[in-house]
Design a protein around this ligand. Structure first.
Ligand code: CMP
Length: 145
């Protein structure tokens, strides 16, 4: 894993539905404030059961989400550019509900910390509302799996 130092050109980014209502200046500020992290295929990004203090937006590449239930691996999702993950532990304070690993080389993730999410939710409540909507859907998927 490494931190990418150059800010991505905004034109090369995938559409990020979570930020569709975010004004452009706030969007640019977010990319200036948050580190962009790069992972290679198979690298672990999130460990199920650990504590979480950030969530991630996929700027490039893809990730696999899976759960391990008494040594059995259960695949939950493959997420691609524009999607996000790691929001559940942040919103609930509970341990990470699943593990996440890079599904491609040069997977680039914007890492948004809890304090940055808190201030973003204050200034743009629609982002927090969108996050919660996704959490409900994902929890439902996991109960049924
Ligand atoms: P968190 O629990 O913080 O860490 C693991 C992440 O995997 C979780 O947040 C979600 O972002 C993601 N995740 C868990 N279950 C699913 C699912 N069914 N579909 C997509 N993503 C999921």
């Amino acid at each position: 894993e490494e931190v990418v130092t150059d800010v991505p050109s905004l034109d090369s980014l995938p559409t990020i539905p979570l930020f569709s209502d975010l004004p452009r200046d706030a969007f640019i500020e977010l990319f200036e404030r948050c580190p962009l992290r790069r992972f290679q295929l198979g690298e672990r990004i999130i460990e199920q059961g650990s504590r979480g203090d950030a969530f991630y937006v996929i700027c490039e590449g893809k990730v696999r989400v899976f759960r391990t239930d008494n040594t059995q691996r259960v695949d939950l999702a493959m997420l691609e550019g524009g999607a996000f993950f790691g929001e559940m532990a942040l919103l609930s304070g509970a341990p990470r509900t699943a593990s996440v690993e890079a599904g491609a080389d040069d997977t680039q993730l914007l890492e948004i910390s809890a304090p940055v999410l808190a201030s973003l939710s204050r200034s743009h409540p629609q982002v927090a509302a969108a996050l919660k909507k996704f959490v409900r859907q994902r929890l439902l998927t996991n109960v049924m799996n």
